[in-house]
Design a protein around this ligand. Structure first.
Ligand code: HEC
Ligand code: HEC
Length: 402
């Protein structure tokens, strides 16, 4: 992430600004209102689950079926990495709700990323992207990070843009797909088009058909088990406080969509580290502090959605918690105590931890109820939806998919 500012500068240069995710100025592409090729500009049919707001999309990247289709292929295409070994989908696998099951991600050239690959469940509803980056406000900007990151190299586009674009340009299938997705561009093969098409696809990764949704939004009285219902009460109680940071339809309060009136974007220290009692987090994992260098921002990260959480272990920004049981132990204690080693220190005594993390005691039954509630957020239709699966057949489907 050390070259993040370079990436952001580059994104502004090629016109991928879009700071509020909804009111950005037009880029080099012609405005959607010039109706030259209206057939290709037909709006995408969302098929949103009941109770879900329509995602907000940047004005310079209207969603069309052709763009989503192109983005779907690019997301899974290994030719997008410098040595043709990995695609976005290798770090964001549908069978793990678009995360990767690894502690921290590994780039195309073997470099270890300091962060755990995030789930892309309902990602377009987030008010900013990545674990702790208030500056990344649109998906098309976010995608430049894995494309151009040098620390570590993720896909390896830096200084190799033309080489990678040429691979796509010479493919007859892509000649047709890029032309359909970007009918007004004289040169549809560009960095901007790649990130915009992938953003269009990623925006469609909407998950809202879990047992919880069936119970709450689709009026099915027995959508959830009784245990999960009891767990929901606990999750939403002042005793556990989970809902304060993981609230709303997407189980994170930092959301932005077409019905948002006040865009919330919050970062919290949830007491994972307190190295030597100073409140410090490990280098490369200090959250908002890495951008602001303010002590109060030490260890502050965005609370991610908890939808499909059963499938996205290991947990936290650095993948340092393996199971949901251990996540609950962590919160019950009011912070993690690391007894030995470089990171020794008691997170529950961190000067920077959120005031909401006071700890609690659960009976074994109550703990199981909360876990069953978290598992009721798994959406198998999403995990098995063929609209999102690998068109090249490299990434296996989840064993439970029909
Ligand atoms: C090497 C593994 C890797 C590759 C390849 C990769 N990602 Fe990621 N992705 C990550 C990691 C790690 C994060 C968290 C980054 C951070 O917080 O600094 C992330 C975060 C994201 C996020 C933010 C999610 C959120 O909730 O804020 C999106 C969106 C995303 N990736 C999409 C993509 C797309 C699209 C591609 C292909 C262009 C891609 N990723 C390629 C590992 C990867
Ligand atoms: C003060 C706000 C806050 C409260 C209260 C809170 N969380 Fe979190 N939660 C966070 C933040 C921030 C993260 C990410 C922290 C990090 O990675 O460093 C997180 C991460 C998680 C994760 C891992 C997510 C992932 O994708 O890896 C789970 C699971 C989780 N919380 C569940 C809960 C439960 C259950 C409760 C209630 C017992 C709870 N949280 C209470 C802020 C909070």
């Amino acid at each position: 992430m050390r070259n993040f500012h370079k990436i952001l500068f580059y994104s502004l240069l090629i016109g991928l600004g879009g700071c509020d995710g909804g009111g950005s100025s037009e880029s080099s592409s012609a405005p959607a209102s010039t109706n030259s090729t209206t057939s290709q500009l037909t709006a995408y049919s969302w098929q949103l689950p009941p109770g879900f707001p329509t995602p907000k999309v940047p004005e310079d990247n209207p969603i069309t079926a052709a763009k989503v289709d192109l983005g779907h292929f690019l997301f899974y295409d290994r030719r997008l990495s410098i040595n043709e070994t990995i695609a976005c989908a290798n770090c964001h696998k549908q069978n793990r709700a678009f995360s990767d099951g690894v502690k921290t991600a590994v780039g195309a050239l073997g470099g270890i990323h300091p962060r755990n690959a995030m789930s892309l469940t309902n990602v377009s509803y987030n008010s900013a992207f990545n674990w702790a980056n208030p500056l990344l406000k649109t998906l098309q900007q976010q995608h430049l990070v894995p494309m151009f990151n040098e620390f570590p190299v993720e896909l390896g586009w830096s200084d190799h843009e033309q080489q990678i674009l040429d691979r796509l340009r010479t493919d007859v299938i892509y000649q047709e797909k890029f032309a359909q997705a970007f009918p007004n561009e004289t040169e549809p093969f560009s960095v901007g088009s790649v990130s915009k098409a992938i953003a269009a696809f990623v925006t469609t990764l909407v998950s809202g058909n879990s047992a919880y949704d069936k119970q709450i939004y689709q009026n099915q009285v027995n959508g959830m088990s009784d245990s999960a219902k009891r767990g929901m009460e606990l999750f939403n109680s002042e005793r556990l406080e989970c809902f304060h940071c993981h609230g709303g339809f997407n189980f994170t309060q930092s959301t932005n969509h077409t019905k948002t009136e006040f865009i919330e974007l919050e970062f919290h220290n949830n007491a994972l580290y307190n190295i030597g009692g100073s409140g410090a987090y490990p280098e490369d994992g200090r959250g908002l502090w890495e951008l602001t260098a303010q002590q109060a921002d030490m260890g502050r990260f965005r609370a991610p959605t908890l939808r499909n959480i059963e499938l996205t272990a290991p947990y936290m920004h650095d993948g340092s918690i393996d199971t949901l049981e251990e996540v609950l132990d962590h919160y019950a204690r009011g912070g993690r105590n690391i007894e030995t080693g470089d990171y020794a220190g008691d997170g529950s005594r961190s000067p920077y931890k959120s005031d909401l993390l006071v700890g609690f005691v659960l009976t074994p039954e109550e703990k199981q109820d909360v876990i069953n509630f978290l598992k009721s957020l798994t959406d198998w239709e999403f995990v098995c939806d063929t609209r999102f699966s690998d068109p090249f057949g490299n990434i296996p489907r989840h064993a439970s998919c029909p």
